[in-house]
Design a protein around this ligand. Sequence first.
Ligand SMILES: Nc1ncnc2c1ncn2[C@@H]1O[C@H](COP(=O)(O)OP(=O)(O)OP(=O)(O)O)[C@@H](O)[C@H]1O
Ligand SMILES: [Mg+2]
Length: 700
Amino acid sequence: MIDGEDRARDGLGTKRMESGRGHVVAGLLHHCRTVKDTTEDGAATESTLLEVSVHPGCGNEVACGRTCTAVLEALSARPGEPGSRWWLAQVGALTPQARELEAVASVERMPLKGLLLRPQQLKYFSDGQWPEGFHSEAFHRHLQSKFNVSQLKAVEQSLWPLASMDRRVKASPVTLVQGPPGTGKTHTIMGILNAWHLLQYQRHYSTLEDCILRKLSGAQTSDLDLTGVNEILEVNDGGIHPLPKILVCAPSNSAVDELLRRVLRDSFVDLKGTKYGPRMVRVGAADSRKISEQSKAVFVDAIIDDYMSFSPERVDEEFSKLTNFLTSLSKSVAQLSYQVAATNGASRKAAAGQLARELHRKEKYLLRLEMLECVRVVEGRPNDTRSARESLEILLMKEAEIVFTTLSSSGRNIFSRLHMPFRSVLVDEACQATEPATLQPLIHGCEHCVLVGDPQQLPATVLATELSGTNFSRSLFERLMAAGARVRVLNVQYRMHPMIRHFPSAYFYDGQLVDGPNVKSRTEDVLTGDGCLGPLRFFDVAGGGEARTSSGSLTNESEAKKCVTLARELVNAAKGRPYTIAIITPYRAQVALVKRRIQESGVRGAAGPVLVDTVDSFQGREADVVIFSCVRSAMGPGGIGFLADVRRLNVAITRPRRALWVVGRAASLRASPVWREFIASCEDRHCFVAKSSAERWLKH
Ligand SMILES: Nc1ncnc2c1ncn2[C@@H]1O[C@H](COP(=O)(O)OP(=O)(O)OP(=O)(O)O)[C@@H](O)[C@H]1O
Ligand SMILES: [Mg+2]
């Protein structure tokens, strides 16, 4: 979907087209790549090559199915207009819509089709059981120490469909987890992913070991080199359980990266209670500037860039290293196979386990060899790397046990080219996506999925007015819920100071939110009662300072400076405590302005730079202190615009852990019922800083 601000930006391009004399030709941009070249005198040049298909003049509809440049050719050949000049203006992106359409058209081949079309079957939690062979005290202790009872129930339920390998147990393959902000929905996902991964990994290894024991016991010892063992095992009678293949998605890049950040930070825990890291990759066009160093190690584009930068000598060097590894591996495989064939009892079992691990190492080395092969193919042809990059991406995705990507990127063709099903799918922020968007990760062979979300937070952005009243913006989660599907509800919140939790709990969640023990025991600290600072403050500021940018977005210079003052005050009051600080606002132009002002001021928290982002991008994230710049001080004909969206306000005021400071003009905001109540609640609890004090205190 294009949002309002993007649409305004597109308007700029359209105007440019209109002002030019001549012709407007619509087309689909298929590909855009940078071409590097050298001039005759040896200087490096770079230009952008666009591959566009243009259709209007060929007499066919837009999608005539072939690349048609008839119109361009005819126009450029017109007498009197040699070398005519063309502007390229983007009208909008069609790719996301095309992918969603493809997903809807693929419903027929979805294993979950019947259930999603007849969700009445999801009305009851069917009986489930903890999977066979998955009882471990250490793992249970870990789960119990990390998750509360309702979170644990959600983890357990998501395991039920996997409980029995022979599928005797029929448990609901769809788990819905709902909860207000800070109740640990994303936290629970970590438990689900860990349990899914560990269970499938265990099963793979134990079935591989069984297969080794079964097939190698009578084998001729002369056959037992690497190739021989492979040949024996490759006659797979279907007994070897596949390695985990899990797809983890969210509607936005920032939500996906939040999930990835948490897995990288916390790791998984195995049956002995030891930490381990799964093999995972992050695919899709994430904003590389926002990716942490840690995430880059699993970010497919960064890995591919690294491979593509190898010199021919480096490729040769890596090749010979890997070939040597494989030769020594072959010897170890022969030795272990001999042990399996010739011994018995515990040493035979141990050898089988070791052999299974060696065979996995072999897979890894072979994959690396294939990757080097892809690089070798394009050596000396720097302009021709597209298919090599694609092949590398496919190899990396094949190897990964968990793939992280956005819903939209899960609709890319590359997924069908993998020829590997993603049987387990998990979607965070599932209420922030339309149903066609959520279908995208489910069409790759998904047999069980977990949807996690909160219908009281931001829904999908749908701008097409033609779609109003059609339920198009309704999420799959909401449809299933409306059809009566049972939902696992989480209601203990671990994020917000009770002063911050009070209003959203009362207004959005019928007062149902309960504070977790960590919130209750958090003894405060510098932010309580010191001057104007405190866990909750509404700073009523004078109007003015608001401006509309050429892109249609809004800024407020005066508020931007006040936010900087607040951030500086906080850093001083925190006295080196590593509090994370975020400044959020509904408007993109204000984000850019505040970023500039923060940079100029040099204000920086002990935990790192001050984060500045839109409310929408901050959904699912949290910070110790959140400063919210409302921006809008004058009321337009439409009131206070999308600032009045109750769900946007809910997201904005539920991000902080220790303090929420809102900067806005109360008189304008009171025009909206929800803002009126929020401001009244701040006044009742003595958290409202009147204009005169606020202006004096926040003087920059
Ligand atoms: N059982 C728990 N024990 C201790 N801390 C927890 C527990 N569950 C969640 N938390 C912590 O509470 C905070 C909020 O959790 P999380 O971000 O998962 O909530 P959420 O429901 O996904 O919120 P949002 O609706 O904003 O996405 C995190 O810092 C998380 O580590
Ligand atoms: Mg979350």
